[in-house]
Design a protein around this ligand. Structure first.
Ligand SMILES: [Zn+2]
Length: 411
């Protein structure tokens, strides 16, 4: 609408081009219709208000669009995070199951071996069950199937709401995860304690057996002999060492893995020593006795001459039971009125044999296999004997040795 005014009766419009106008200077809008014209004046104040409103609308549209796309991203991210958190949760659960299995295995193996510390073991078992219950509580009422909702098309409000729900679900899950981690930590600690105690018990038993062997060796050495309890272990070691269950290696915890390896080694040692100790005649072959003649040089009760005594004389009542203190096989059964009288020789393997003489009754026959503590007969007064007693001999590598340290060894 430049310059010229063709309609004389309306106001003249004469803008001043040369002058610099302020941005929100007063503006006029002219409407023409049927030869008449109308002029609307827009004040600078109104212009500012209109521009502000326009800007607000623009900003709102931008914000809405931004929030919509952002919430979408958050949901995708949240979804991924949930998956990761759930994975971690499942990992922990499998850790837990593995630990539980370990504890069960160790406890049942210890139980099977007939430990005297059943009371303690029951206590650990209860501890383990308490932790297990806690984990069950945490994992109860878990509903994972929520993914459909996330994939549904949502309005912006729904999306924003969903985002909040997602965040709170994630937070709740994280909290539960932390709780579960605590529980797993707790059970790991309980497990370490169980293992430590169980290992200590096993070590104590191994030590006891070893010290019994060294006490008999003190006596054997005087005769230039030595019993090596590890003699039979070489074959065993070459067959692959201690058994470690697969569930153990799944655990990432080095401290626990090391402990488990060490406890399985100790358990393996214990098993070995328990087997070996059954083949060495340690303990007393009769319950009630008194020693009337020791091993070694003595005055013969018949001819009063000095003579070597190959065993120990244990005076006891006729009919008292005689037990073998190691497993073995009966290699000789003799019924006689002379010398040893009715007597039995048992071979225990490992170079050890035992002889039982002057027996009243014999319950076994040659070739019988005997378990530790089997009864082989009764105390008597047969053969060259001055009263009811058991003449007891321990032979190692064919030579009679002093039975006393064997009888006194505490297992
Ligand atoms: Zn004798």
């Amino acid at each position: 609408m430049k310059g010229k005014n063709r309609l004389g009766e309306t106001k003249a419009y004469s803008p001043q081009y040369t002058e610099k106008k302020p941005f929100f200077s007063e503006k006029e809008i002219i409407f023409r219709s049927a030869g008449r014209a109308k002029v609307f004046t827009i004040s600078s104040r109104l212009q500012v208000i209109m521009l502000t409103i326009l800007c607000l609308i623009g900003a709102w549209s931008f914000y809405s669009y931004h929030m919509y796309s952002k919430s979408g991203k958050i949901i995708t991210h949240k979804d991924q995070e949930l998956v990761e958190t759930r994975d971690a949760y499942v990992d922990l659960m499998s850790d837990f199951v593995a630990i539980q299995k370990n504890i069960d295995e160790v406890l049942s193996s210890i139980e099977k071996s007939g430990s005297k510390n059943k009371k303690n073991l029951d206590k650990y078992k209860r501890q383990a069950m308490v932790v297990e219950d806690k984990i069950k509580q945490i994992t109860a009422d878990k509903d994972w199937a929520d993914d459909k909702k996330i994939n549904e098309k949502m309005s912006i409000n729904e999306a924003l709401l969903q985002r909040d729900i997602a965040v709170s679900e994630r937070d709740a899950l994280r909290e539960q995860l932390a709780e579960l981690e605590d529980a797993v930590k707790e059970i790991k600690e309980a497990e370490m304690e169980v293992f430590s105690r169980v290992e200590a018990l096993a070590l104590k038993e191994v030590k006891k057996i070893k010290s019994a062997f060294s006490s008999i060796n003190v006596s054997l050495k005087r005769q230039g002999l030595y019993y090596n309890p590890l003699a039979g272990s070489k074959k065993r070691e070459s067959s692959g060492g201690p058994f470690i269950p697969e569930s153990v290696s799944k655990l990432g915890d080095k401290k626990i893995n090391d402990k488990i390896s060490s406890i399985y080694k100790t358990a393996d040692d214990l098993e070995y020593y328990r087997e070996v100790v059954q083949t060495v005649p340690l303990g007393k072959p009769v319950w009630s006795y008194w020693v009337t003649s020791r091993f070694g040089t003595r005055t013969d009760p018949f001819n009063k001459k000095k003579a070597g005594h190959k065993g120990i004389d244990l005076a006891s009542r006729t009919g008292n039971k005689i037990q073998v203190k190691a497993k073995g096989r009966v290699i000789k059964v003799e019924h006689s009125n002379k010398g040893y009288g009715n007597n039995v020789i048992v071979d225990h393997g490992n170079g050890f044999k035992t002889r039982y003489a002057h027996m009243h009754k014999i319950y076994v026959k040659k070739g019988d296999y005997l378990k530790i503590n089997d009864t082989i007969g009764e105390v008597g007064n047969t053969g060259r004997s001055t009263g009811p007693h058991l003449h007891y001999e321990v032979l190692y590598q064919g030579r009679p040795v002093d039975p006393m340290p064997f009888m006194q060894a505490k297992i």
